[in-house]
Design a protein around this ligand. Sequence first.
Ligand SMILES: *[C@@H]1O[C@H](CO)[C@@H](O)[C@H](O)[C@H]1NC(C)=O
Ligand SMILES: *[C@@H]1O[C@H](CO)[C@@H](O)[C@H](O)[C@H]1NC(C)=O
Ligand SMILES: *[C@@H]1O[C@H](CO)[C@@H](O)[C@H](O)[C@H]1NC(C)=O
Ligand SMILES: *[C@@H]1O[C@H](CO)[C@@H](O)[C@H](O)[C@H]1NC(C)=O
Ligand SMILES: *[C@@H]1O[C@H](CO)[C@@H](O)[C@H](O)[C@H]1NC(C)=O
Length: 482
Amino acid sequence: MAAPAAAGDLRFLLVGLLLVVVVGSRLVRPPDGGGIPTTLDGPFEPATRAFDRALRQGSDDVGSHLTPLDPSTVRSEVWYSERPSPTAAAAGDVSGHYPHVARGKAEVYSQLYPYPGLLNYTSGAIHHVRLRGLRPATRYYYRCGDSSVRGGAGLSGELSFETLPSSAAAAYPRRVAVVGDLGLTGNSTSTVEHLARNDPSLVVVVGDMTYANQYRTTGGRGVPCFSCSFPDAPLRESYQPRWDGWGRFMEPLTSRIPMMVIEGNHEIEPQGQGGAVTFASYLARFAVPSEESGSNTKFYYSFNAGGIHFIMLGAYVDYNRTGAQYSWLEKDLRKIDRRVTPWVVAAWHPPWYNSYSSHYQEFECMRQAMEGLLYQHGVDIVFSGHVHAYERMNRVFNYTLDPCGPVYITIGDGGNIEKIDIDHADDPGKCPGPGDNHPEFGGVCHLNFTSGPAKGKFCWEKQPEWSAFRESSFGHGILESL
Ligand SMILES: *[C@@H]1O[C@H](CO)[C@@H](O)[C@H](O)[C@H]1NC(C)=O
Ligand SMILES: *[C@@H]1O[C@H](CO)[C@@H](O)[C@H](O)[C@H]1NC(C)=O
Ligand SMILES: *[C@@H]1O[C@H](CO)[C@@H](O)[C@H](O)[C@H]1NC(C)=O
Ligand SMILES: *[C@@H]1O[C@H](CO)[C@@H](O)[C@H](O)[C@H]1NC(C)=O
Ligand SMILES: *[C@@H]1O[C@H](CO)[C@@H](O)[C@H](O)[C@H]1NC(C)=O
C-alpha cells in the first residue's frame, strides 16, 4: 500500500455519513448538557487531559516520490447498530455485533502546482458512506473503515451519533452550534472545546475551515498573511496537510455530531496552471445533501433540522438573478411548508450587513441580487462569517430597519490565524477606500447611502442603526428554539 494510504485509511471524514443523519430526525432531551462554567462554579478539581499523539502525526510525508493510492482498492464501510457492541473494544470481528453494514466509495484528490518550489499533494483515501433508513432522534453505534484490513486494523473503534428530530413544527434540535472562520490555532481549540461543551445536536460551519492557504510549505508554520510573506509566489500555495490535521482536530466532534458546511474564500485554493482548478479539497472532503435538495452542486443546498429549514448559499459561484443558483433558491423557498418548518435560516460566508472595516460592502452585488427574494419569503435569520468578529443586526431590509427583515448575524470569529477584526467603518479614519474590499468572486457594487444619517456617504459616522451589537472576540454561537 502506498504511504499516503496508510495514513488515509483511518482518516475518516464522517460528514458523508452524518449527512443522512440530518435527513431523518426527532428530539430526545438529554439531561441538561450544561452551559459553559464560570469562575463562580469553581474552584475546579485540577485536571489534565492526556495529549492525543495522533494530533502530532504529520501528513508531511507528501511529495512526488510517493505513489498515490488507488481509491478503488479500499473498502469504505460503516457497521452500525442501535445498541452498543458488548465487545466494542475488541479489534477484528465486527460481523456478529452490528446488524447493519453500509458500503460507499473512497476518493482521493490532488493539489498540484506546475511551479518549482510549490508543494504537490495527494490526499489519503477519503471515504463517503451513506446510511439510509435511519430512525429520527435515535442513537446509533458504529465502526467505520475497511474490514478487509487484517486484524481489524482498518476499522475505527466504536463511536456513536444521534440522528436529528424529524421535520415537524414541534420538534427542534436541542441546540445548533454555528461557527465560522475556524482555522487550526490555539484559539480554534478553545472555540471547539466550548462548542463541544454546549452539547449541540448539529454544527453549522459558515465557511473558512482550515486556512491551509495561510501556511508555509516547510514546517507547516502559519503566516498571518501569505501574500505579504511570499510576494513572489506565482500562485497562492495551499498547504494541504493542514486539512488532514484539521480533520483529526475535528474528529472528536464530527464523529458524534452532524456537521454541515458551506464554502468560504479560503476553500477556493486555486491550483494548476494559473489557478485553473479550484475547491478540490472542499469538494472531496465534505458531503452535503445537494442532490436531496435539488441543487446538484455542493456550493449551495438546503436541509431540514426538525422544524428549521436551513438554506446554505454559495457566494463564490454565480449568484446573479439569471444564474442556476438563483433559480434553485427560488424553487427551494417556494417549496417550504411553514407548518412543517416554521423557521427558515440561511447561511453563507461573506456578510451582506457588516459595519466592520474589514470586508465592508464586499458582497454588495450579492445582496443586491438576492436580498429581495429572501425577504419576500420571510427568511428569519442569516448567519455569515468572513469578518473575524461578532455582529448582530437589527431586522433590516435594503439597509432600512424593517420588522419583516431577517436578523443577520456575523459569527466569523472561530479562532483562525488571521486575528480578530477590531476596526469599525464608522471609527475615525477607518472608513475603507474604494480600492479596499474587492471580493474574490463577483463584481464590486459599493454604494453610498441614499437616505438616513449617512446619506451621500459610504460610511456612517457612528454605529449604524441596523447594527445592534458588535464584539471583537473569538467564539461560536448557539441557536436554540424555545
Ligand atoms: C507537481 O505537479 C505538476 C502537475 O502535475 C508538475 O508539473 C510538477 O512538476 C510537479 N512538481 C513536482 C515538484 O513534482
Ligand atoms: C488567542 O489565543 C492566544 C494564545 O492562547 C491568547 O493570548 C489570545 O487572547 C486569544 N485571542 C482571543 C481573541 O481570544
Ligand atoms: C453577474 O452578471 C454580471 C453581468 O451579467 C457579471 O458581470 C457578474 O460577474 C456576474 N456575477 C456573478 C457573481 O456571477
Ligand atoms: C433599495 O434601496 C435603493 C435606494 O437606496 C433603491 O434604489 C432600491 O430600489 C431599493 N430596492 C428595493 C428592492 O426596494
Ligand atoms: C461617496 O461617499 C464618499 C465619502 O463617504 C465620497 O467621497 C464620494 O464622493 C461619494 N460618492 C458619491 C458618488 O457621492
